[in-house]
Structure formats: C-alpha cells, structure tokens
Design a protein around this ligand. Structure first.
Ligand code: AMP
Ligand code: MG
Length: 422
C-alpha cells in the first residue's frame, strides 16, 4: 500500500494549476483579499512620488551648512513653510531655507534636511547648529520603487499588506485566478439532509457541509451536488455531471469494499485513470484518486477526482492531508501548498498500532512560545465526529511508532491557528 508521502507526491504531480491566461478574472481591489494574483502588477507611480523630507526640520542647500557648529551656526532666511500635501512655491537660493514637515515635497534648490532638534529659530531666521550629512533626511523619488517595473508578481496571495501597496499605487483593479470549482457529492442510501426528520437507520450527510466549509476556507468555490443513492446509474450520472462542471470532484462514501461501494468501477467505466486506491493512513485508508482526461465537456482540462471515505472523521482528515494541498496548487498560488507541520510537546500518551501513519485529532496550544498538543477527549474512532469540535491540529504517529509518551515531542499537522493563552 502507498505511504502517505508517496500518495501526496502522486497527487501533487497530478495537479495542473489553473491557466494564468484562461482562468482569470478582474476584481476590484477591496474584493481581492485572499485572491491569487494571475498577472504581474506594474505600477505607474514612483515611490516616493517626489523627493520629500523624512523629518520635521529645514530644507537647506548642503553647501550653506556643511561647516556650521553650535559656536558658529549658519544663519538662513526662511522663505516658506511646506507642510505635507503642499507644493513648494520657492526655489531655495544660497542663504535661504524652507521650514519643512515630514512627508512634504522638497523645494527645488534644497538638497538636504536639517532636523528641527539641530536648529534654533528666531523670527524668519533659522540657526543651523550641527552640520548634516549631504542629502540627509531626503527620501528620493523612486528610491523605493520605480514606475514601470513589476510591483507584485503573479502567484502570490493578496493579503492586507498587498492591499496597502496596491491602494497606494492606485491599482484599483486586479487580474486574479478564478476560484477553483470543487464539486461535492455524498453517496449513501442512509443519508439525509440536516433539515429532514431521521428515519431509523438514517444519518445526516454531515460530510457535504464540512467539505463545503473546508473548500471555501481554502479559497475555492464549493459546488454542493447533494446526496446520491447507492445505485450505479445514479452515481454514474452524478459523477459525469460533477466532472463537467468542476476542476476537482470530491465524493464521500462508497470507496471501501462494502457491497454498495461502486465508485471505483464507475470511475473506470467513465474513462478515468485511477492512480490511488488506498493509502497506509489512519483514519482514511480507502482513498481513491483518479483523473479524467481533458475533454470538451471538462473545458479542455483534466479533472481530479478524490473518492473520500464516508466516515466523517476520515473524510476531514483526508481533506486536510491530501485534498487541500491539491486545491492550493490548482489555485495558482506559487508556494506553500503542503500542510503546516510543527513540533509540539504531547500532553498525553499517544497510541497507534504502528501499522499505518496515524493522525490523532486535538488542539494545539502555544504556551510561552512553545507548542503543546492536547488530545481530544473521548473516542478516537473515525466514526465519532463529536469530539472533532475545536480540533485545530492532528498529531502524527509515523508507521512503526506505537507510543509517544506524555512530555515527548510529536509532529503536529496544523489545520487552524493554535490556542494562545492571554
Ligand atoms: P462508506 O464509506 O460509504 O462505507 O461509509 C462509511 C461510514 O460513514 C458509514 O457509517 C456511513 O454512514 C458514514 N457516512 C457516509 N457518508 C457520509 C456522509 N456524507 N456524512 C456523514 N457520514 C457519512
Ligand atoms: Mg456508503
């Protein structure tokens, strides 16, 4: 059976990122948060836009002040005051200075700013008491960024710092990758939606909701295709529809060896190539990964198919470990596809049978700068989703490891932010 890392490598190699030319859309700056840039942004403004002052002080000609001191100050005539946002009106001649405030445009003629603390003012005269360095406290036009050169590169995610840069550069529209479309279908005759009364033996299709939430959190668009009965015709039709409308299809249930588990057969009958049928992982062993070749109906793109186990915990763990990196790679982001692992001190004994790489759910805490892992209380059966609430991480026990004792370091896959004690 494939190991987790072998499966991960196969999956990532199967993913073809969205096409920067075809799979793009233009969005307004404010709605660009967390989108992935699909084309370089080239600014039309230099940064700084003008030579300006980095200090409150006096704009002077260096030649006038290069040899002054407390005892022999240079005395200059103040010809104007330049606050930020005002255009200077005077050319500074020899023997002259302008009062200038931080961020204000340097007047022509002046080349240096003397900070206020090194001056004394008397009426419209200023005494320069310390000789500055040439060009001191002048931020030169284009010294931070030159118009016409790339400002931001494609493949990055737009977060608040990029919004700040783009707003300052007056880039109000951006070309981003469209969101990947991820279809979800739940197979199982026993499934009902959360709003339906339960008949004996029925269970609620929680996977549909959990997976939709995870897909949206990953920046993709979930297409909820609902519950499909365990009937080959119904499943065939649902998968064919899903493949025609999405980049990735997730089905849950029906991939183990039960009598009603048709999914693998159906995939083959629809022309898919099956790359993975099972992975040595617990929970989540019955995992199907397949690709549908590019066709007209699939928008000329291959479609990736994940047949996830039906067990609610297995479905989520498989999503975090295998599906999320695939969505990220597909989305156009150029880095950080894989899960985030950190080392944490375990607060409990962690056990596994050592046969498969085992993921135990719980919460990661950041205590005085160190991570601690708290195992979720209650049963760690993959059918128990109740103690999954407040899970922010999964402790990983490698194959062959049957025990990680209390106080030992364990590798933890982080699925959301740690709990920080304030
Ligand atoms: P299966 O993989 O179809 O054999 O399902 C394994 C277990 O997961 C069964 O107990 C199912 O009832 C349960 N299950 C399957 N699909 C879902 C779903 N969409 N939501 C919640 N539980 C499910
Ligand atoms: Mg089933």
């Amino acid at each position: 059976m494939l190991s987790v890392s072998q499966a991960e490598e196969i999956i990532l190699n199967l993913v073809q990122p969205l096409d920067a030319q075809q799979d793009q859309e233009v969005v307004m700056l404010l709605t660009a948060i967390e989108r992935i840039l699909a084309a370089p942004v080239v600014g039309v403004l230099d940064f700084p836009h003008w030579d300006n002052s980095a200090m409150d002080g006096y704009a002077v000609r260096y030649e006038d002040v290069k040899q002054c001191s407390d005892l022999e100050p240079s005395v200059l005539e103040i010809v104007e005051e330049i606050p930020a946002g005002k255009e200077p009106q005077h050319f500074i001649k020899t023997g002259q200075a302008a009062r200038i405030l931080t961020g204000a445009v340097m007047p022509l003629g002046a080349d240096t700013v003397v900070m206020q603390e090194n001056t004394r003012r008397e009426g419209n005269r200023v005494f320069i008491l310390t000789s500055p360095e040439p060009q001191e406290f002048v931020r030169h036009r284009a010294s931070f960024y030159q118009a016409g050169t790339p400002l931001l590169q494609p493949g990055i995610k737009i977060n608040a710092p990029e919004i700040a840069v783009l707003a300052a550069a007056q880039c109000n529209h951006l070309t981003v990758y469209r969101r990947p479309r991820v279809a979800i279908l739940s197979t199982g005759d026993e499934l009902v939606t959360p709003d339906q009364p339960l008949q004996p033996g029925e269970i609620v299709d929680s996977n549909q909701y959990a997976l939709a939430a995870l897909i949206a959190q990953t920046g993709a668009e979930p297409l909820q295709l609902g519950i499909v009965e365990d009937q080959p015709e119904a499943i065939t039709e649902a998968i064919a529809h899903a493949v025609a409308t999405s980049d990735i299809v997730l089905s849950s249930g029906g991939v183990s060896v039960g009598d009603y588990d048709y999914v693998d057969q159906i995939l083959e009958s629809l022309g898919a190539n099956i790359h993975i049928r099972a992975v040595a992982v617990k929970p989540g062993k019955p995992l199907t990964v397949a690709t549908f070749p590019a066709t007209e109906t699939s928008n000329h793109k291959p479609v990736l198919y994940f047949g996830l186990p039906g067990n609610p915990v297995s479905a989520l763990v498989s999503f975090w470990r295998f599906v999320q990196p695939a969505i990220k790679k597909l989305s156009g982001i150029s880095h950080s596809w894989g899960p985030v692992f950190v080392n944490a001190r375990s607060r409990q004994d962690l056990r596994s049978d050592g046969k498969r790489e085992t993921y135990l759910w719980g919460s990661l805490h950041l205590v005085d700068g160190y991570y601690e892992f708290q195992l979720a209380g209650g049963s760690h059966s993959s059918g128990n989703l109740i103690n999954l609430a407040q899970t922010n991480s999964l402790a990983v026990l490698p194959v062959g490891k049957t025990l990680i004792s209390t106080g030992e370091i364990v590798q933890v896959l982080q699925v959301s932010s740690p709990i920080i004690k304030n």
